[in-house]
Design a protein around this ligand. Structure first.
Ligand code: THU
Length: 136
């Protein structure tokens, strides 16, 4: 990784915002930290809703923060959650990440009681559809 932002810094950003998660229904707090092309880190947590489908995933919140901050491209993303198993992005969030990341971008999934899992976006979302498929 050429950036001075380390995975440890991304982990800490994801964990700091995970502490703010609003997850009263699942009690499964998730944090996500994006290293964007502008060198900044944008973080988000899950935000649930009594009308369950209206909840937001942490990755969606982090993408919102990135766009609001004026950045457009994800260079690396770190997701943290409870437990031992890696907390990998849901299918919908894999597609959300796909909108703003190249296929070789590293996605780190970490259940904080266990070991982090580093994958490329292409591994998580093979044969994917993206913006370049649409006519300009
Ligand atoms: N969740 C995320 O925010 N990101 C993930 O990668 C996996 C799941 C949230 C959605 C819901 O609020 C809770 O975790 C349980 O599914």
């Amino acid at each position: 990784m050429s950036s001075t932002v380390t995975d440890q810094a991304l982990f800490e950003a994801a964990e700091a915002i995970r502490a703010k998660a609003y997850a009263p229904y699942s009690r499964f707090a998730v944090g996500a930290a994006i290293l964007a092309e502008d060198g900044n880190v944008y973080a988000g947590c899950n935000i649930e809703n009594a009308a369950y489908p209206q909840g937001n995933c942490a990755e969606a919140s982090a993408i919102s923060a990135m766009i609001a901050g004026g950045a457009r491209r994800i260079k690396r993303i770190y997701v943290t959650g409870p437990g031992v198993a890696p907390v990998t992005p849901c299918g919908g969030c894999r597609q959300r990440i796909r909108e703003f990341a190249d296929l070789d971008v590293t996605v780190i999934s970490h259940g904080v009681e266990g070991a982090p899992l580093a994958c490329t976006l292409e591994q998580l979302l093979p044969h994917s559809f993206g913006p370049e498929y649409l006519p300009k």
